[in-house]
Design a protein around this ligand. Structure first.
Ligand SMILES: Cc1cc2nc3c(=O)[nH]c(=O)nc-3n(C[C@H](O)[C@H](O)[C@H](O)COP(=O)(O)O)c2cc1C
Length: 185
């Protein structure tokens, strides 16, 4: 079940560096791609940065709508993640081809991707020169959600399912054991 995450805790959904799915919608079209280069930038208001290459169809929809959603996929979505990151919405309908589930977001037009571990609804900051020069998009998180089995009391629980981290060519690793550092300072 999807449960709301309060905005000051939203950074935790990306803090451990998972591969994400970036989705956007504009003018009756919607699309999704994979992104490994996404990170939190601030606590409150929560902001994030994500690299979105010039030639992607998703970028066209993001630039048209000024909104995007980051969904955090799980180990059960390896094939989906690799597939939407290896094909373009310019050529195929990913929803039809890969049975992507688009769910309505609460505050933005971009869809949430069904079956994920967490979701961050975002509105873009106007930084055209960074977008143009570095493919770098900065956005404010305006709503956040997480699966209530995987994120409880503002902490991840990876016992049932894990988030995924990309190495290369469709090889990922799942989030591993939690290690608690002892205080030596
Ligand atoms: C695991 C994975 C991670 C990726 N990370 C990024 C990324 O951080 N930034 C990016 O621009 N493209 C990234 N890509 C590539 C895009 O997902 C890919 O170009 C996709 O086909 C774009 O789809 P679209 O044209 O439908 O928007 C990644 C691909 C994979 C498989």
């Amino acid at each position: 079940m999807r449960a709301p995450v309060s905005l000051p805790h939203a950074y935790k959904l990306l803090n451990h560096g998972p591969t994400v799915l970036v989705s956007a919608a504009s003018n009756g079209q919607q699309n999704v791609m994979a992104a490994a280069w996404a990170m939190p930038l601030d606590f409150d208001p929560p902001k994030l940065a994500v690299v979105i290459a010039q030639d992607t169809f998703t970028r066209r929809l993001i630039e048209a709508s000024q909104e995007l959603c980051l969904s955090v996929p799980t180990n059960e979505q390896l094939e989906l993640t690799w597939a939407v990151g290896s094909t373009s919405g310019r050529e195929i309908d990913k929803q039809e081809r890969f049975e992507v589930i688009y769910e309505q977001a609460s505050l933005i037009s971009a869809p949430l991707i069904g079956g994920c571990a967490a979701w961050l609804e975002c509105k873009l900051y106007q930084e055209p020169s960074m977008q143009e020069r570095y493919d770098l998009f900065i956005a404010e998180v305006v709503a956040a959600w997480a699966d209530d089995q995987m994120f409880q009391h503002n902490t991840w629980n990876f016992e049932v399912r894990q988030t995924i981290h990309h190495l290369n060519h469709g090889t990922f690793f799942a989030t591993g054991a939690k290690l608690q550092a002892k205080k030596i300072f």
